[in-house]
Design a protein. Structure first.
Length: 118
């Protein structure tokens, strides 16, 4: 199941960006979608997570600034990022947990670069 993520860009501090990620294909549902990020020399970390019941979780560092949401079809996820800081600079990855019958597995999208200048 391909995951296509896009929306990364170079932006000034205190600016905003909106990341998007969509899954293609059929025969599965997507109980969970999430955004992770990874900076050079650091481990990949969870930024935000959303279930198909619209329950959300956020990293403490982005609470109040970032908002995760899903489309009505539950095949796309968005990350609205406001009040960006230089420390938000990272490659952002989309993640989806898929359910097909009894099979449950995770899929990663390709990263999209977010660079925040001071």
């Amino acid at each position: 199941v391909p995951l296509q993520a896009y929306g990364g860009d170079l932006v000034q501090a205190r600016g905003s960006l909106r990341l998007s990620c969509a899954a293609s294909g059929s025969g599965f549902s997507i109980p969970v979608m999430a955004w992770y990020r990874q900076s050079p020399g650091k481990q990949r970390e969870l930024v935000a997570r959303i279930t198909n019941g619209e329950n959300t979780n956020y990293a403490d560092s982005v609470k109040g600034r970032f908002t995760i949401s899903r489309d009505n079809a539950k095949t796309a996820v968005y990350l609205q990022m406001n009040g960006l800081k230089p420390e938000d600079t990272a490659v952002y990855y989309c993640y989806a947990e898929l359910l097909s019958g009894r099979l449950r597995y995770g899929v990663w999208g390709q990263g999209t670069q977010v660079t925040v200048s001071s």
